[in-house]
Structures are given as C-alpha cells and as structure tokens.
Design a binder for this molecule. Sequence first.
Ligand SMILES: C[S@@+](CC[C@H](N)C(=O)[O-])C[C@H]1O[C@@H](n2cnc3c(N)ncnc32)[C@H](O)[C@@H]1O
Length: 190
Amino acid sequence: MSLRDTFSFLGDWTSDPRRVGAIAPSGRALARLITAEIDAGAAPVIELGAGTGVFTRALLGRGLRPQDLSLVEYGDVFANVLRQRFPGAHVHQIDAARLSEAMLFDGARAGAVVSGLPLLNMSAETISAILQGAFSHLREDGAFYQFTYGWRCPVPAAVRRQLDLHATHLGRAWWNLPPAAVWRIERRHW
Ligand SMILES: C[S@@+](CC[C@H](N)C(=O)[O-])C[C@H]1O[C@@H](n2cnc3c(N)ncnc32)[C@H](O)[C@@H]1O
C-alpha cells in the first residue's frame, strides 16, 4: 500500500467518512481472497467502490483485461486516480445504488461483481437497490463478492430473502487492517 494511496484515503475519509468507510486501502491478502474465484472466464467483471484500485490490480493479475472491467466509484478523487491508473478500464463515476440505470459493456452480462462498498454504513433499502442493480447486470450463474469488517454477512437476511439470494462465507483475511471477511452472494437455485 503506497503512502500516496493512504493520503488519498485519509483526505476523502475526512470529507465523507460514511461513504469511504475505511481510513486506508485494503491490503493484498484481502485483494487475493476477494478475487480468488474469478478468472478470465468471468469477463466482463464489475467492481463497486473501487477506491484506489487495490482489487482492480488483483483482477488484472487474475487474467482479466482492462477493457473487461467496469469500475464504479462515486468519489471525485478516487475516480480520477482510477482513470489515470487503469486507462483501458471503464470508470463510471455514479452512485452504485443507481447501477440498474447504467449501461455497462454494451449490455453484455458480467460473470462477477467485486464490491468494496461500505455496506455496514448503508440502509437496507440502499443495499437492496445495489444488489438488485448488480444482479440485473450479472449472468444467471454470476456471483457478487463483498468484504466486511463485521462478523455477519453485510447483506441483511431480510434483503437476501426479498431478492432470493444465498450467502456463503469464503474466509477472513487476518493480515488486513482491520481483518476482513469475504462473502459470496448468489441467486438461490431451487
Ligand atoms: C472501504 S472503501 C474501499 C475501496 C477499495 N475497494 C479498497 O478495498 O481499498 C469504499 C469505497 O466505496 C466508494 N463508495 C461508497 N459509496 C459509494 C456509492 N454509493 N457508489 C459508488 N462508490 C461508493 C467510496 O468512495 C470508497 O472508494
């Protein structure tokens, strides 16, 4: 993690702590864990709350091409950092809760969504809108990967029931500050 990225985070966190949700970028162990099940076959892939691009870099390391990535980021500073760092990727400076209205990859469905959004700071209504938008862009077998600093799945059970989604705990990155767990959320197949 570079000092510059830590300062970007601290600067943005000071202006809007609830949106940023962390005072420093995620570490490499968490980036490895959250992207572990994703490879080039999942292309295209959507990343929500991309920040300074720690997960973006891990996705490129997993064989995804920049043009197969849509990076959704609301913050001005972070969106500009992403445009500079990943010139081939599609950066969408929009609210992730309005994802259903966005045109991504000319309508092609994604194989995975990787989310760094601070869901614990959001209402159940907002989380529901984000999940509905994400699944509207996902293939039938596509999965939504989310990390959390908490102990439970950050998508409330009521929202999972409402949208017919199933959550699986994939592990915890203890070498992250603070340690963080990763969940995979999928459509329930009866
Ligand atoms: C905890 S940081 C994670 C950043 C990066 N993925 C990482 O792990 O280092 C959360 C990020 O989500 C962005 N964010 C928060 N709410 C958002 C929203 N509604 N739409 C898009 N981005 C949002 C913040 O600006 C911030 O970059």
